[in-house]
Ligand binder design. Structure first.
Ligand code: DAK
Length: 672
């Protein structure tokens, strides 16, 4: 596999335009789900579902209408967006509809001769530039496409269920594929909310090698333990145990097929467990429920399950089937692992990894063992991508499952990359951007907050600790520019405003939603804006005390955003150019106290009419005034940290954070 030129797919040039007409062949489960994802992301697209059976087409179209109706009912989609998604979505049983398509996606049964017949029919009707991809989970591209007239425009794009929602797509880099096709697919996926992971053309690619062998290993343990016991032990590592998932996905025949393929290609140790041939449904426990497992048996099952995960992971990395950070994020998002296998290895430590792997290879002869020290398999960065353009290091926050929300590990990684590269004379500076086009960053990962509630000291200290990156930016010797491609919320906006310049896509917007959560933005937003953009003080008052949104264009007029961009290429090009322009003349946030206009004592409501906490608003107003009067930036920031500590002890914070976790609107009327 050749590594993509850029880790962030959006840094690849546009190459060819986005598709206008797409066909999905196969109206079973995954084909229509792929179609729905594409139509929701690209509503102007002409999309046709093709199947040999009209009944399947009709059922698929009805299902997709149901998805759109549900999205509207849940407030996830506007009526208008739902109509646009369903418009231009048609079904057919006639291959002639393929004419004029610029992308054909095959999602038929996992049957090599059938797939080849389908592609012969496709090639007879489309022109040589049409992209053709297959959604197989196991069959190598080499086998599927090698008989085609133009194999260079074909590859595998392997989606994961449910394909309309699951962000992961494996994109297979096989020797005959045109690199421009891969670049186009990666970019298109990243622009439409997906997470493309490039993998080599091995049977079962990257993620199904992990999943299939995990399930197979579980089945091989059945002589010693029941399915329910094995699922109970597996719960430490996955959200749903292997047998539960096999029941859900009717997966037994799939494991038989895929592991037979791996056995034929790579050795008998991959042979599927015989029991798959005689059982249809496993008798097991649902996720969240566990049954008693004797300690010695638990330890044995645990070692075998960990063993197969680690063995597959080191093999994937040793053979270059996929990348380390991709393996971890793919296993979490596509396979439902609680932690990626390399995260597990990191947490286990080298000695425990070696013990587990040695035992596994001893008990399962032929299974791959490590070729390097366990530590050598760990990714340098887990949550950020690092690229370089023209001497500018582009750091991409990549947590698509949480709209790039910040947590400690992520901010530590950003800081580590900056520290590692800033002394390099070849490096002019840095751009920080968010993965995809929807979000720069949706704020702090609120999951961490409940543990701090009620402890003012610990909360204030946490705010100080979390500010390491931001304080580093205040003192940086090289420019750091924030490139906002979409929303910048809460802690994400606090990061952006500490960068030396902001460049934003016209569609981007900003918000400080903390007040709606019963907390305050403690790491700079009550301080920095008033010192950097005093003319916009009233706007920041509204953002802080009402959660008002600020659109990029207005932020540009106010001087907060230095440049507006049109689309992702323009955004990143401008951000890189801005880094170069800032060299040697970095703006610094002032130490001198600044005046602040009075707050208009509003009605304590958010822009959408929701009641906010009067106590929290009081803390914000006081902190803004105190910070503005503070004799230095450092002292002003300290005011913000302490205000976060204070708010963490309020009933409003407890209510707001609890409500967020429970996905309900907080009741600040009751808390004050
Ligand atoms: N954290 C974790 N996950 C998040 C997230 C966040 N901030 N924002 C979004 N996500 C997740 C969603 O839960 C969802 O996950 P699944 O349900 O798919 O598992 C996924 O991202 C996609 O989001 P949605 O499905 O909600 O997408 P929509 O387009 O429908 O809505 C939204 C987008 C941004 C309007 C919505 O996701 C939203 O309201 N998100 C929460 C925004 C928010 O409140 N952000 C936090 C602001 S407070 C401090 C340090 C920092 C801070 C404070 C103190 N100290 C150290 C003291 C900062 C605080 C904040 O940032």
């Amino acid at each position: 596999m050749t590594s993509p030129r850029f880790a962030n797919p959006l840094l690849e040039g546009a190459g060819r335009p986005a598709p206008r007409r797409v066909a999905v062949i196969g109206a079973g489960t995954i084909g229509p789900d792929i179609g729905y994802y594409l139509k929701a992301a690209l509503p102007d697209l002409d999309l046709v579902l093709l199947d040999v059976r009209q009944a399947a087409v009709d059922a698929a179209l009805a299902r997709l209408k149901g998805y759109a109706d549900k999205a509207v009912a849940r407030g996830k989609m506007s009526e208008k967006a739902a109509q646009a998604t369903l418009a231009g979505l048609t079904g057919s049983t006639d291959y002639e509809v393929l004419r004029g398509c610029d992308w054909v996606i095959e999602a038929a049964t996992e049957d090599l001769p059938l797939k080849r017949r389908i592609f012969a029919q496709v090639e007879a009707r489309v022109d040589a530039q049409t992209a053709i991809t297959s959604n197989t989970s196991s069959l190598p591209a080499q086998r599927i496409f090698s008989e085609m007239a133009h194999p260079e425009r074909a590859t595998v794009t392997h989606f994961f269920a449910p394909a309309w929602r699951n962000p992961v797509v494996e994109v297979i880099d096989w020797p005959r594929a045109d690199p421009a096709l891969l670049a186009w697919l990666r970019r298109l996926f990243a622009q439409t909310g997906k997470l493309p992971l490039v993998t080599a053309d091995a049977p079962c690619f990257m993620l199904d090698r992990v999943f299939d062998n995990w399930c197979n290993e579980a089945a091989l343990l059945l002589g010693e333990a029941s399915a329910a016991q094995i699922d109970s032990v597996a719960a430490e590592f996955v959200h749903a145990g292997p047998f539960f998932v096999l029941n859900l996905a009717h997966g037994n025949p799939i494991i038989v097929e895929t592991n037979t393929l791996q056995a034929a290609e790579e050795g008998e140790h991959y042979r599927p467990a015989a029991i798959f041939g005689s059982v249809e449904r496993w008798n097991t426990v649902a996720p969240g429920r566990e049954i008693e497992v004797p300690e010695a048996l638990r330890a044995r099952i645990r070692d075998r399950l960990l063993g197969v995960l680690l063995s597959q992971s080191v093999d994937i990395l040793d053979r270059g089937i996929g990348g380390a950070a991709d393996l971890d994020i793919g296993c979490r998002l596509a396979l439902g692992l609680r932690r990626g296998p390399l995260e597990l290895m990191r947490d286990m430590g080298a000695a425990e990894c070696t013990r587990v792997l040695e035992r596994f290879v001893r008990e399962r002869p032929g299974m791959p063992g490590p070729r390097r020290d366990p530590a050598a398999y760990l990714p340098a960065e887990r949550h950020v991508l690092v690229d370089e353009i023209d001497g500018v290091v582009v750091i991409t926050l990549r947590r698509p499952e949480a709209l790039n929300a910040l947590h400690d590990e992520l901010t530590d990684e950003v800081l580590a990359v900056i520290r590692r590269r800033e002394a390099d004379p070849e490096v002019a500076g840095f751009v920080i951007t968010g993965y995809g086009t929807k979000a720069f960053c949706a704020g702090a990962d609120i999951g961490r907050f409940p543990s701090m509630l009620g402890d003012a000291q610990a909360s204030a200290q946490y705010a100080r600790d979390c500010s390491r990156l931001l304080v580093h930016l205040d003192r940086a010797q090289k420019p750091v520019v924030a490139a906002l491609g979409g929303m910048a919320l809460g802690g994400g906006l606090e990061l952006a405003i500490r960068c030396h310049a902001l460049v934003a896509d016209r569609a981007a917007w900003m918000q400080l939603p903390e007040v709606t959560l019963g907390i305050v933005p403690g790491i700079g937003a009550m301080v920095v804006p008033y010192r950097r953009w005093p003319g916009a003080a009233q706007v920041f008052h509204g953002m802080l005390t009402r959660g008002d949104r600020l659109k990029a264009a207005q932020a540009h007029e106010l001087g907060i955003v230095d440049e507006l961009a049109d689309g992702c290429d323009d955004l990143l090009a401008r951000a890189v150019a801005r880094v170069r322009a800032l060299a040697g003349r970095l703006p610094r946030i002032g130490d001198a106290p600044v005046p602040v206009p009075p707050f208009d004592s509003g009605q304590g409501r958010a822009a959408d009419g929701r009641v906010l906490s009067a106590a929290v608003i009081r803390i914000i107003e006081r902190a803004v005034r105190e910070a503005a009067a503070a004799p230095s930036l450092e002292a002003a920031l300290e005011v913000g940290y302490r205000a976060f500590g204070e708010v963490a002890c309020t009933a409003a914070a407890r209510e707001g954070i609890t409500a967020f976790g429970e996905r309900r609107v907080p009741d600040f009327g009751a808390t004050g």
